[in-house]
Design a protein around this ligand. Structure first.
Ligand code: GUN
Length: 281
């Protein structure tokens, strides 16, 4: 079984981006900039944002974090986004989710100009991705996609089963795999026989938020299994895949932690560089 090393893949991607940023700086005399807005003091969000900043700096991006207390008015945040939309030194804008209840998430997402939407959450980017046009692609599914391609560069005709239908993961994952000529099945909580669906799969992407849902006997030999889950349990952090059991059958499997997670942040940096490049044309 191949243990897919997301940490190593992310470090390699950051190394490539670092070189690219040096080239871009030489060509345009400026570097891509990423601005993250963090509202409130939710610990996981703070950790994510700290890591984003650390790696953005490592790659040579201009990085800025704007912090607001969780009592901030929606209007203040929307006005700041409008200001960042116009700021030529800012290539990418990310508003860390989740947001306090009094702030309308969709309004925030739609205020970010699509050309700076490094999360790929704006309806314009969602639509462009689904139509197969150039767009920002949400960072987590993009990271999963790059890991799958490392194991299997030719995905033509492969059967992919995605467990979970979220806008953040399942749906964009479907678009990326369709583009690669996979036959894609999206499954969810109402799917009749999830085990049977998974047994058909050459590729399984589990992104459903249920600890160790995908079992060893759900996976046939030669299946690539990508685990997006991060679930807090009595045993500590576990994924959506029963790691020990599945590792006995799968061809390749991502660990949790150290699989998809590191790739997500590296892909955010990649999206920032892509937004910068598109803005220079
Ligand atoms: N919170 C957890 N994951 C994400 C993400 O991918 N983007 C944003 N904006 N917030 C998040």
């Amino acid at each position: 079984m191949i243990l897919i090393d997301g940490k190593k893949a992310a470090a390699e991607l950051r190394e490539e981006l670092k070189k690219e940023v040096i080239e871009l700086k030489a060509k345009y005399n400026k570097v891509p900039g990423l601005t993250v807005i963090l509202i409130g003091d939710m610990t996981p969000s703070q950790i994510y944002v700290r890591n984003k900043e650390k790696f953005a700096n490592e790659v040579g991006l201009k990085s800025e974090v704007i912090k607001y207390p969780d009592t901030v008015e929606e209007k203040t945040v929307l006005e700041k986004i409008e200001e960042l939309n116009k700021d030529e030194t800012v290539s990418g804008i990310l508003v860390q989710l989740p947001l306090p209840k009094h702030i309308d998430k969709q309004k925030v997402i739609e205020t970010i100009i699509p050309s700076k939407d490094v999360d790929g959450f704006h309806p314009m980017n969602v639509g462009n991705l689904s139509s197969g046009y150039e767009s920002s692609v949400p960072c987590t599914p993009l990271g999963c996609y790059l890991l799958i391609k490392k194991i299997e560069p030719n995905l033509n005709g492969k059967k992919a089963v995605i467990v979970g239908r979220s806008n953040l993961n399942g749906k964009p994952m479907m678009q990326l795999l369709l583009k690669e000529n996979c036959t894609v099945t999206i499954t969810h909580s109402k799917t009749k026989d999830l085990k049977l669906e998974c047994l058909e799969a050459d590729i399984i992407v589990a992104a459903v938020g249920i600890p160790e849902l995908v079992k060893g006997d759900w996976v046939k030999k030669d299946t690539i299994v990508i685990d997006v889950g991060i679930n807090k349990t009595d045993k500590g952090i576990v994924g959506d895949v029963a790691f020990e059991e599945v590792s006995k059958n799968a061809k390749a499997l991502t660990p949790v932690p150290g699989g998809v997670g590191p790739m997500t942040i590296a892909c955010l940096l990649k999206n920032t560089v892509e937004c910068f490049k598109r803005s220079q044309i």
